[in-house]
Design a binder for this molecule. Structure first.
Ligand code: HEC
Length: 237
């Protein structure tokens, strides 16, 4: 093999990977046109705009600084690349009490307003695309269970909010005995110091921004039919 042939081979090998994995996606997603709703299919007109509330920018920074993206992804994969739909709460809920099946794949608009799309490196922990909706659901379940357990002793001031549950997780992911196995790192340093044991101290501004960001992760709003790669099968409608 001549050096020339070798160099050419290397260039083609790495060049094509770079072309298909970097250059093409860059140009494909650089200028994204708004996607219109089609009245016949979607039952409404206008253009799709993702809903997102919460402290996104600052929270995204805290998320990046603490390396959350190393273990957590933020992509619900297209089904051809691996099915995420069977994991309830990852892509949305199969049986949402109000909206029915809300599951959908991620799209480029999901990362709007973020400087970097923190799609993640590995999936050591669960995907966080819909972690906001998951915590909302978990808080409702927890409150309902406690209300049933306590009966008359219950009052509404005992309600936990999804944010409180997230603070508990961030302060100490291994707080509850059944979660002792968790490898999620504790963010204790984002909370004030407290001498009272068994109580989660007040969160600092960074922790509040991070929780705002995590609670904004509800990527299960309905997308136009033209963008829905996995529409429900006709029989399921
Ligand atoms: C070393 C890998 C690792 C890193 C880094 C990591 N996590 Fe985790 N995370 C996990 C694992 C494993 C779980 C599942 C166990 C659990 O719920 O504690 C998890 C669970 C979670 C959950 C609960 C998700 C759910 O649906 O119940 C949240 C929220 C979370 N992590 C947030 C974060 C944030 C925010 C960061 C960055 C500060 C972070 N994680 C960094 C491994 C990691």
């Amino acid at each position: 093999m001549t050096l020339r042939f070798f160099t050419l081979g290397m260039t083609v090998t790495f060049g094509s990977a770079w072309l298909f994995a970097v250059v093409l996606p860059f140009f494909k997603t650089r200028t994204i046109e708004p996607v219109p709703y089609v009245e016949a299919l979607d039952g409404k007109t206008g253009v799709y705009f993702p809903k997102r509330t919460g402290q996104i920018t600052n929270g995204a920074k805290v998320y990046a600084q603490n390396g959350c993206y190393v273990c957590h992804t933020q992509v619900v994969r297209p089904t051809y690349a691996g099915n995420d739909f069977h994991r309830d709460g990852w892509a949305g809920f199969k049986a949402d009490p109000d909206r029915g099946d809300t599951r959908r794949e991620s799209n480029v608009f999901d990362y709007q307003g973020e400087e970097f799309a923190q799609i993640g490196v590995m999936r050591i922990g669960p995907d966080l695309s819909n972690v906001g909706s998951r915590y909302e659901k978990a808080a409702i379940a927890k409150n309902t269970a406690r209300k049933e357990e306590l009966g008359d002793a219950w009052n509404d001031a005992m309600k936990v909010t999804p944010e409180e549950m997230l603070y508990e997780h961030l302060y100490d992911p291994r707080y509850r005995v059944e979660m002792r196995w968790s490898t999620c790192p504790s963010l204790r340093f984002l909370f004030e110091k407290s001498k009272i044991k068994g109580e989660i101290p007040a969160p600092k501004a960074e922790a509040r921004a991070l929780v705002g960001y995590l609670m904004s992760m509800k990527k299960n709003d309905a997308v136009p039919a033209s963008m829905n790669y996995s529409p429900p099968k006709p029989a399921e409608k």
